[in-house]
Structures are given as structure tokens and as C-alpha cells.
Design a protein around this ligand. Structure first.
Ligand SMILES: [Zn+2]
Length: 298
């Protein structure tokens, strides 16, 4: 007595071949349902709309491999990419308060909690200490996704602490700026950070230590009017928008149409506002060379 290959029923020799099962691969029922396969998350380039995997983007320092557009980098990614070795993170003891009890469409603490959840950062400035090609230095980066990288008291605290630590350790400071300006929710206290950070930079200059600014897309308002324009050297990434008031506001004030590349890094370079536009792939080398030169290192 043989068995049917499919049904497992006992077959008598009299069963016609047309009734016998066809031998095949047995697939258990639970495997027959379709399952989603793992696909790598992709990022769409805002310029050429190419879909590039997140891994490829991060390996390329978030520069589009198709069209060379410089995508925004998260502050933490930026610093981890910039340093060969991160030794410490500074300023995490500063936490934002709500000194004015500010409420717009929602209360400030609620807005803050949302930004923290969205970015995984506690504030809009990340400060790290580490080595760049063997040179010990401090660097800070603005997290633009954290309430538009706006400068509140904690950003001021962290920046001032970074500058003071730089003086203490006799190390240069590099700032990657990307901000919409002052933080409205902290009112006057936010504007005071412009003076505080400017004073801290002056202390660095008095100590003879270099302070470099790398302007990334975009830098506006109170940050442009203070720490982002007080560097010894101003580098910018290609096509970064840099200004004090936004283009639309100026157009409405002067009643004139302002054409591209108004407020772009290339325009500012032509007009002597910044020193150099540096491709992101060349940025680490450029900063290293400038710092080594200014610090009189071999
Ligand atoms: Zn692209």
C-alpha cells in the first residue's frame, strides 16, 4: 500500500493515476502567508529627489551622491562625524526652565518636551570635546530640528561653558551654526544670550585662542547677530542660507524682488561676509589646517 504524497491518504493499487497527488515541495501553512521583507530606510534628496539609503547617506556625510546637495546633519551626527575621537560631552547639566510661563498655541514646557522627543536631544546645542586628526579641541553644533535651533538660556549656558572650558584647556573652539535665531518663548532672556556669547568669544580672543565658525544651512536672526559672525575664520557649506532677517521680510521692507542667490553662501562670499565655502567632504581637513596654523602646531 502506498501513500498519496500530498494528502497522506492510503492509496490502493486500484487508484487511477489521475486521482493521485503530484509530488511537490511541502510548505507548512504558517509559512505560506506573505511577510514584509526588511527594506532599508531611504532619504529623499530635496534637490534631485533621488532616493538614497540612510546608510549610504551617512557614509557620504549626508551629501547627496547624485547631485552633491548638502543635506542637513543632526548635531550629534555632525560632531561624531567631525571628531576622530569624542572624549566628552559638555553642558548636559543645564536644563531649560520656563521663566516667563510662556504660552502661545501651547505652553513652552509642552513644546520643549515635544522637541526633546522628536530629536532625542535635551537642548538645541550639543557640545563635545575630542580629537580632530590628533588636535584636541572643542566643538559645538546647533540642532536645527530642536525648535529651529533657537538660542535660549541653555544654549547660551552651554556655549559660554564651552568657551570657558576652551580657555581653561588652551584649546580652540569650532561652532557649527544652524539656527533660526533667538527663542521667542524666553523673550528678553534669550536676547541676553547674544551679549553673553559675544563676551565669551571676546574672552577667547583675549586668551589668543582660535574660534572658528562653520555656517551650515540655515543661520538667521540672533545667532547670526552674535556668535555666528564673531569667528576668527568663517567657513560656510555650499548653498547655505545665511542672514539676519529673512528674505521675505526684506523684500516686504525694501519693496524689491530679491533674486537668487541672495543670502546664499556664494553671494556672501562675493560680498566679503565669509571667508570660504567648503565642501563637506573637505571640511575636516580645512578646519584641521586652519586650526593647526592658528595654534602654531607643526
Ligand atoms: Zn540630490
Amino acid at each position: 500500500m502506498s501513500q498519496d504524497v500530498k494528502t497522506g491518504k492510503t492509496l490502493s493499487p486500484a487508484t487511477p493515476w489521475t486521482d493521485r497527488g503530484v509530488p511537490g515541495i511541502h510548505v507548512p501553512d504558517e509559512q505560506q502567508t506573505l511577510k514584509a521583507t526588511f527594506t532599508e530606510p531611504t532619504i529623499e534628496c530635496p534637490e534631485c529627489h533621488a532616493l538614497v539609503t540612510r546608510t549610504a547617506m551617512s557614509f557620504n556625510a549626508y551629501v547627496c551622491p547624485q547631485c552633491d546637495e548638502h543635506l542637513r546633519m543632526k548635531a550629534r551626527d555632525r560632531l561624531n562625524w567631525f571628531f576622530d575621537q569624542v572624549q566628552a560631552e559638555l553642558g548636559q547639566e543645564f536644563a531649560a526652565k520656563d521663566p516667563l510661563g510662556f504660552v502661545d498655541s501651547k505652553p513652552y514646557p509642552e513644546r520643549m518636551a515635544e522637541a526633546q522627543k522628536k530629536t532625542g536631544e535635551t537642548e538645541a546645542l550639543v557640545v563635545m570635546q575630542g580629537l580632530l586628526k590628533g588636535i584636541p579641541l572643542l566643538a559645538c553644533a546647533f540642532e536645527f530640528d530642536f525648535m529651529g535651533g533657537s538660542m535660549g538660556t541653555v544654549v547660551g549656558d552651554r556655549f559660554v561653558q564651552a568657551a570657558e572650558r576652551a580657555i581653561e584647556l588652551n584649546q580652540p573652539l569650532v561652532c557649527f551654526a544652524a539656527s533660526g535665531g533667538a527663542r521667542m518663548q524666553e523673550g528678553m532672556l534669550s536676547l541676553m544670550q547674544m551679549a553673553r556669547t559675544s563676551a565669551a568669544i571676546q574672552k577667547m580672543k583675549d586668551a589668543g585662542l582660535p574660534y572658528l565658525v562653520v555656517l551650515t544651512h540655515p543661520v538667521y536672526g540672533g545667532v547670526t547677530a552674535s556668535l555666528a559672525m564673531l569667528g576668527d575664520v568663517h567657513l560656510a557649506e555650499p548653498k547655505a542660507m545665511i542672514g539676519f532677517a529673512g528674505k521675505r521680510v526684506i523684500e516686504q521692507t525694501v519693496r524689491e524682488k530679491l533674486e537668487e542667490p541672495f543670502q546664499r553662501a556664494e553671494y556672501l562670499l562675493d560680498h566679503g561676509v565669509i571667508d570660504q565655502i567648503v565642501h563637506r567632504h573637505a571640511l575636516r581637513d580645512t578646519v584641521y589646517r586652519i586650526v593647526a596654523k592658528l595654534m602654531n602646531l607643526p
